[in-house]
Design a protein around this ligand. Structure first.
Ligand SMILES: [Zn+2]
Ligand SMILES: [Zn+2]
Ligand SMILES: [Zn+2]
Ligand SMILES: [Zn+2]
Length: 484
């Protein structure tokens, strides 16, 4: 838990160059590379309501505008609303007399109430409902029609642009004489391919563009009411900006116009390595479960580095740095501490394109690869602190949960390895700060680990994997600021 509240003093370099704490990183067992949120694909697995835990397929979620139909949030404080029951006062029938009224069962009626701010659906005149779940009056967006038109129009434009691009590509290949049409390869016609991809046909899209009426800017606008600047404002009656923006369709200005907000759905995501398309995480489908079917977190595969203590960093001084290393894997690890510039640069190979990929490409559905140019640059960190004695190799035992109960931790120790216990050990390293290091600048020591890794993925025909690998990871250790 400490990870959630502590600043990240130890950060790892992702393969893409970002630096992140180990808890934010993934490890692809197929590429044998560390991946971060930027260099993986995020996919929506399922939609569910975090309040009632109902899950639904994405088509239904889209239909419901990604909102739960039975849960509501308070429009005033955004806390979840609760359904409260009350007995409706029995209506007195003057002709029937008093005796008859007593025999009647009082009818249960329901309203919504916020336990946090005491807002209720009665405050704004929403009538109580006879059933506890759902059935709350739905308000239609006053601009629903216009939104529908705009949506159609932009869909049609996107479709047309795709078609143009496809035509252009087809021409380009036809000129080269190497063109094999998609239809020849897959037995799909263009129209079929479009239906498969969920795109409208080209005829309907051109008519949608032709029939569209663009919005017109008006020269004259309605004048403000005369007392606009003089009328006294009662802030209790006026909604705040967050309250207004919570329901963008209506943007109620008065508190009396607030309506319960249908609760937005949450999603379960699975994450995929962008290079090899293998899953890095995959949650269990059941929304009540917090477990994962696949969970390739760096925390389980990369040796963990923690700071035990360090001395004040001063320019031109050599200081001691105590670190704790942990081997999280089920196999013994051979670790060497090396200088960051000794890590060999490995170019990542592109995966060969398969037929599905070419289909994706023809339909223009291929993955966006522009992220590479944006993030593939190494962040500049001041390297004023140098490791003193980096030629250091040792083995670290595998993780053994039962070893937690062992009392004795008598292992061979020396000047550098202070103690060992099961899969952990403490290291005493010497770091030298540059003479020119500026006082007040952040003190960051960068070191690299070379470690042995045993891959447990069973080898397949496409990816013959050897079991044992030598991997590298670079770590930035934040040691406060340089002081005089
Ligand atoms: Zn991968
Ligand atoms: Zn990354
Ligand atoms: Zn719900
Ligand atoms: Zn509230």
């Amino acid at each position: 838990m400490a990870y959630l509240i502590q600043p990240d003093y130890v950060q790892y370099f992702c393969t893409c160059g970002q630096i992140k704490p180990i808890t934010n990183l993934y490890f692809c067992r197929h590429c044998l590379k560390v991946r971060c949120g930027f260099c993986i694909c995020h996919e929506v697995d399922s939609h569910y309501c975090a309040n009632c835990l109902e899950n639904m397929p994405s088509s239904e979620a889209r239909l419901k505008k990604n909102r739960c139909s039975s849960c509501f949030d308070c429009p005033s404080c955004f806390h979840t609303l609760s359904t409260r029951a009350t007995y409706a006062p029995a209506r007195q029938d003057p002709a029937a007399g008093d005796a008859k009224v007593e025999n009647k069962q009082p009818k249960k009626m329901y309203y919504l109430s916020c336990f946090n701010c005491r807002w209720t659906s009665r405050d704004v005149g929403i009538p109580d409902q006879p059933v506890a779940s759902g059935g709350w009056p739905e308000r239609t967006n006053p601009f629903a029609n216009r939104f529908g038109q705009l949506l159609e129009y932009f869909k049609a434009i996107a479709q047309q642009e795709k078609q143009d691009k496809l035509d252009k590509e087809r021409k380009k290949y036809a000129i080269r004489g190497k063109y094999i049409t998609l239809t020849d390869k897959t037995g799909l016609t263009g129209a079929m391919a479009r239906t498969t991809a969920g795109l409208p046909s080209s005829e309907s899209s051109s008519s949608a563009i032709a029939n569209f009426v663009p919005s017109q800017a008006k020269e004259e606008v309605e004048e403000l009411p005369e007392d606009y600047h003089t009328k006294e404002v009662n802030l209790k009656l006026i909604t705040t900006m967050p309250q207004r923006l919570a329901s963008p369709e209506w943007q109620a200005q008065l508190v009396s116009r607030l309506q319960p907000i249908a609760r937005p759905l949450s999603v379960k995501r699975s994450q995929r390595c962008r290079r090899c398309d293998h899953n890095l995480t995959k949650p269990e489908y059941n929304p009540g479960s917090i477990k994962f079917k696949i969970e390739l977190l760096a925390y389980y595969h990369v040796p963990e580095v923690k700071i035990i203590s360090f001395e004040t960093i001063k320019p031109g001084c050599t200081t001691e740095l105590l670190l704790k290393l942990t081997n999280p894997t089920a196999h013994e690890m051979q670790i060497s501490i090396i200088q960051p510039d000794e890590v060999p640069e490995v170019e990542e190979k592109e995966e060969p394109k398969s037929i599905e990929k070419s289909l994706e490409k023809s339909l223009n559905l291929e993955k966006d690869t522009s992220w590479r140019q944006v993030i593939e640059r190494k962040p500049l960190l001041p390297t004023t602190i140098k490791l003193h004695k980096p030629e250091l190799s040792f083995t670290l035992a595998q993780r053994d949960d039962a070893a937690e109960y062992d009392d004795d931790s008598h292992h061979e120790t020396n000047d550098i390895i202070l103690w060992r216990k099961s899969n952990k050990l403490a290291l005493r390293l010497k770091v030298t700060t540059d003479e020119e290091a500026k006082v007040g600048s952040p003190a960051v020591a960068i070191l690299a680990l070379q470690y042995s890794y045993r891959n447990t993925v069973p080898p397949t025909a496409n990816s013959p994997q050897t079991r044992d690998h030598v991997l590298y990871t670079t770590v930035a250790i934040h040691l406060g600021t340089v002081t005089q």
